[in-house]
Design a protein around this ligand. Structure first.
Ligand code: CUA
Length: 306
């Protein structure tokens, strides 16, 4: 419907542009003044038929556009009752996508083909916007208010999901994918899968959770780099403003995820104003020890020391 209306508007514009400029050009040549002393042929003041026609036709077109847009707008606003329910939380600078019945978020989205999908969205911090151009849907995502968007994907494939609201330094990296898969593939719950190798699993989590602010190559971003950080001694400012030295071990990594403001590495005091995302245990579980997301991230950190 979006495309139909869009192309209708384009072709109506093309048609009237050609018609009006065609008549204009033709008349300018045909009825031009042929010698400097040629008198005016007549003095036309108006033409009632012509004026009625060029008022009536555009009015009808405007009403067609209105009715078409109104219907489309209504359909976009109200999700079908049988739609699959998703939750999305946006934050600087990633998307947490909760699939139906799943309590842990994933960074990419999987939907079954030919099935309506309804997403309830909110933001943890600033304005973002959910935008999948291929599905012709875009909706602002706001803190403190739920926003709804829905679509029904009709072609299997992978599509880009953008943040379409300038939301800070790494807005341009706030990207994700929507995978449209067959019902069988969807039933296998691909969002629940993670690599068997803990380092690879950690790398996936890093890409989703940490990469915007922490590099893996030694270069500073908003936060300190992860390269060589595991096991190192770091000077940090604690809650009381004291400078202390900590060893980057499991406990420190854990605390930094769940209570990032507690110990802030020297030189990154801007993080005090709440820049570092606070993760919950649901988002990055710390148990069972040795087989959870936290340990996968630690394995990834260790791998960066080599
Ligand atoms: Cu989020 Cu731009």
């Amino acid at each position: 419907m979006v495309d139909g209306l869009f192309y209708f508007l384009i072709w109506v514009s093309v048609f009237f542009f050609a018609l009006i400029s065609g008549i204009l050009t033709y008349s300018s040549i045909k009825y031009r003044r042929k010698s400097p002393d040629q008198p005016a042929a007549s003095n036309v003041t108006h033409n009632t038929t012509l004026e009625v026609v060029w008022t009536l036709i555009p009015t009808i077109i405007v009403f067609v556009v209105f009715a078409w847009g109104w219907k489309g707008s209504l359909e976009q606003s109200v999700a079908p009752a049988n739609a699959l329910q998703y939750r999305i939380t946006a934050q600087q600078w990633n998307w947490s996508i909760y699939h139906p019945g799943s309590f842990s978020p994933s960074a990419e989205m999987w939907v079954p083909v030919n099935t309506p999908v309804k997403i309830t969205m909110d933001s943890k911090d600033v304005l973002h916007a959910f935008f999948v151009p291929a599905f012709r849907v875009k909706r602002d995502v706001l803190p403190g208010r739920y926003q709804i968007v829905w679509f029904e994907a009709t072609k299997i494939g992978t599509y880009d999901l953008f943040c379409a609201e300038y939301c800070g330094q790494d807005h341009s990296r706030m990207l994700s994918k929507v995978h449209v898969v067959s019902q069988e593939d969807y039933d296998a719950m691909p969002w629940d899968e993670h690599p068997d190798d803990p380092i690879e699993w950690g790398r996936v989590l890093y890409r989703v959770r940490c990469f915007s602010c922490h590099s893996d190559d030694g270069s500073p971003r908003i936060g300190p780099t992860f390269k060589g950080v595991w096991g190192s001694q770091e000077e940090v400012t604690d809650e009381n403003g004291q400078t202390i030295t900590v060893t980057v071990d499991r406990d420190y990594v854990r605390e930094s995820l769940y209570e990032p403001q507690k110990k802030i590495v020297k030189g990154f005091e801007t993080a005090k104003v709440g820049l570092m995302t606070t993760f919950s245990r649901a988002e990055i579980p710390d148990e069972p020890e040795g087989e959870c997301e936290l340990d996968a991230i630690i394995e990834f950190l260790k791998s960066l020391n080599n």
